[in-house]
Ligand binder design. Structure first.
Ligand SMILES: Nc1ncnc2c1ncn2[C@@H]1O[C@H](COP(=O)(O)OP(=O)(O)O)[C@@H](O)[C@H]1O
Ligand SMILES: [Mg+2]
Length: 367
């Protein structure tokens, strides 16, 4: 007779390829019930956006298939996003499981476009997502969403004294553009005030429960990334670059700063990576090749995606109709989805590190 122990032993041969650990010790098996050959359990994945979700489910079914004496499997697959940052160390934003800050060395590489479409792609997988436009000097998210700056009604929860973020296509959005009376008004503000605004957007906003908060940073190094890194624990930095040498060498400088602040780096996404010609179906590397790869090798971080240069992406940003929404089946949207899943996987990897660090703190060492 097959017993619960046999099932658990068999399931612990299934490895999560991202976390490199078996699914049983990761706690992914829940509510297991075995009754005269009828097996029932829940497989709780670490994120709905994991690129390996289907593979893990398949491996689980295969493993159970190999067990003698199981007549029927009732498998329920769910996902619960892991906490990729130490919530114990954050008294303000406990409901936000992961904070991913999107950085670039210089402006114009498409950082805001990428941050926005990645947020939408993550949301499409079923994750709860927020987007904070922290580029106070040049907030571009309202325009890209067709949300007209100050006409946006940002409510205030009077009791909690917090901002209630408006929603767009299921994601919660806050931008300085919702408050600035004139475009680029922020340029007149100096360091301490800017830091204060960023802090408010982070901790005085009712983000409530979020799996991922994507933060669109201003380009380069400066007060805003510093404030972010010093105010709250974040899951990590995502670097956006273009293939050109200049873009990647300035990106390296920004990476150096985050390294000094001990902020984890999640990886790099190359934007405007190639142009796919609809006539010849070939990829043309208009801006050269290999910028992101070079960063990835130099800084030992994974390359998480390559987004094509595409007029649909450009028009989406200019017209306030993001490509993820208007052309969800296009190759561009597919590229964003792949990148979003890889980022979610990196967040899970980070979460495991956070867990292990916490365990190491609480478990006394024996010598
Ligand atoms: N993959 C892409 N294909 C075509 N145009 C793009 C792409 N990514 C960004 N753009 C365009 O490039 C310009 C700069 O993008 P933006 O996201 O504002 O950059 P950043 O935030 O880095 O300054 C915008 O006009 C945007 O529409
Ligand atoms: Mg921008």
């Amino acid at each position: 007779m097959v017993g619960v122990d046999d099932v658990i032993n068999k399931l612990s041969t299934v490895i999560d390829p991202d976390l490199n650990k078996d699914i049983v010790s990761m706690g992914m098996i829940k509510d297991l019930d075995l009754n005269s050959g009828n097996l029932k359990f829940t497989l709780e994945l670490t994120t709905p956006a994991c690129p390996f979700n289907e593979q893990i489910e398949e491996d689980v079914r295969k493993a159970i298939d190999e067990l003698d004496g199981i007549n029927n499997l009732d498998l329920n697959v769910t996902a619960k996003v892991m906490e990729g940052r130490s919530l114990d160390a954050d008294e303000f934003m406990k409901g936000v499981k992961n904070i991913v800050a999107v950085a670039s060395g210089k402006g114009g590489v498409g950082k805001s476009t990428v941050a926005l479409n990645l947020a939408l792609a993550l949301s499409k997988t079923g994750a709860k997502v927020g987007l904070l436009d922290a580029d106070i000097y040049g907030p571009s998210i309202p325009l890209m969403l067709g949300m007209k700056g100050t006409e946006m009604d940002v409510a205030m929860d009077q009791e909690k004294r917090k901002l209630v973020p408006p929603e767009y296509e299921g994601i919660k959005v806050v931008s300085f553009g919702f408050f600035a009376e004139q475009e680029h008004q922020a340029a007149i503000y100096r360091g301490p005030i800017i830091s204060g605004i960023v802090k408010q957007f982070l901790v005085d906003t009712l983000w409530t429960d979020l799996d991922y908060l994507i933060v669109d940073l201003p380009p380069g190094t400066g007060d805003i990334p510093l404030t972010l890194a010093q105010t709250i624990p974040i899951t990590g930095i995502l670097v956006v670059t273009t293939p050109q040498e200049v873009a990647s060498s300035v990106a390296s400088k920004a990476i150096g700063m985050f390294d000094k602040l001990n902020v984890p780096m999640l990886g790099v996404v190359e934007n405007m990576s190639y142009f796919e010609c609809s006539k010849c179906n070939e990829k043309h590397h208009i801006f050269g090749k290999g910028g992101a790869e070079e960063i990835s090798e130099k800084h030992n971080m994974p390359l998480l995606g390559a987004i094509p240069l595409n007029s649909g992406i450009m028009e989406g940003s200019e017209l306030g109709k993001p490509v993820m929404i208007t052309q969800p089946d296009s190759p561009s949207a597919e590229a964003f989805t792949v990148a979003a899943k890889n980022i979610a996987a990196q967040c899970s990897i980070q979460a495991r590190k956070v867990q292990e660090e916490m365990q190491a703190e609480t478990t006394p060492t024996t010598s």
